[in-house]
Design a protein around this ligand. Structure first.
Ligand code: AMP
Ligand code: MG
Length: 317
């Protein structure tokens, strides 16, 4: 059930329930961060393996020490600069954070979401919320209440309506190692923005670490329809000329191809707008009964890097 009733959401969360809730990145599947019954339900409903830890959502920086400890000064600087917002910090956890939240690691992921409904909800609760994205494991992330309802229906207590997500892709996740900022997952906050505050950051090498962040799994964010990513859309169109094709394009339509099977992410070449429309476009194309979706690679700077990361994972077999 989709509803705008925040007090109903509070009731469910106070009684071991789980709900879909809006954030500026994507919709989350939320439960009380200290309630293992609710957390178990989240893993079950998402079919998410328990080695994948969850992000804890707090109402403000003043609650950070409730969940984390040994917080380095640079973490406070970044939190002050970007919270509420799409930046998740990996920090040493407080001992009472359930192991299920952190996948038995001694670190916890935490952020303050920048969405009025999410913040109002968190203010009315006396606990933080754990919330992975509200989609089945590996499928396309949800950016509207309807997406969540379509995925989970009666398996969850309700979906709190908050409109379409403004950022539209997941948060950027960073940690701190030997006084350096390490990027675990690219996301809605561009690395260039972080570097203005912290100096240069290090990208975690995909090959030398186990995937402790599911966003780092090779296949993720994937539509059911076959999906390929390319720099040269025309070449792929020629190659697959016998198939029913949909196009996911950056800033312009292909002239000699059916318009209704094309989605352009941002005619004004604005990467922020492109990010906000990405999953919505993928959901839409996935529903069109196509044989194949051909996605065009975006420019490799700013949020283009994060969007390409998602497109690459969506295209993995
Ligand atoms: P999701 O909201 O489903 O995209 O998942 C939340 C993201 O936060 C995942 O990529 C998690 O693995 C990541 N995450 C949560 N806790 C940690 C942690 N302690 N260390 C690294 N990544 C984490
Ligand atoms: Mg996810």
């Amino acid at each position: 059930m989709i509803s705008k009733d925040i007090s109903l959401a509070v009731q469910h969360l106070n009684q071991n329930g789980i709900i879909g809730f809006p954030t500026e990145t994507v919709y989350g599947l939320a439960g009380n961060a200290f309630d293992t019954e609710a957390i178990h339900k989240i893993f079950e409903v998402k079919k998410r393996p328990t080695f994948n830890p969850l992000i804890v959502h707090i109402k403000g920086i003043e609650d950070l020490t409730q969940v984390a400890t040994e917080i380095p000064p640079i973490a406070y600087e970044l939190a002050n600069a970007f919270w509420p917002g799409p930046l998740t910090l990996i920090l040493k956890k407080q001992p009472y954070i359930p192991d299920l939240v952190t996948a038995n690691q001694d670190t916890v992921a935490v952020r303050v979401p920048n969405h009025p409904v999410a913040l109002e909800l968190l203010h009315q609760l006396d606990f933080p919320l754990v919330a992975p994205s509200a989609n089945p494991f590996k499928s396309i992330s949800p950016t509207s209440a309807e997406h969540v309802e379509n995925y989970f229906g009666n398996q969850i207590n309700m979906v709190l309506e908050g409109g379409e997500c403004s950022a539209g892709i997941e948060s950027t996740i960073i940690g701190f190692e030997n006084n350096r900022v390490v990027v675990y997952r690219l996301g809605a906050l561009a690395l260039e923005e972080i570097e203005k505050v912290s100096g240069s950051v290090t990208l975690l090498n995909k090959k030398d670490k186990k995937p402790i962040a599911p966003g780092m799994l090779l296949k993720h964010y994937a539509p059911k329809t076959d999906f390929i990513l390319t720099r040269n859309v025309q070449e792929e169109l020629d190659w697959y000329s016998d198939k029913k094709i949909g196009l996911l394009l950056y800033n312009s339509f292909m002239p000699d191809f059916e318009r209704k099977n094309q989605i352009v992410l941002s005619e004004e070449s604005d990467l922020k707008i492109a990010a906000s429309k990405l999953y919505h476009a993928m959901h839409k194309l996935d529903k069109m009964n196509l044989d194949l979706i051909i996605a065009e690679r975006l420019p490799e700077y700013g949020l283009g890097i994060s969007i390409n990361d998602r497109l690459e994972r969506a295209s993995k077999k």
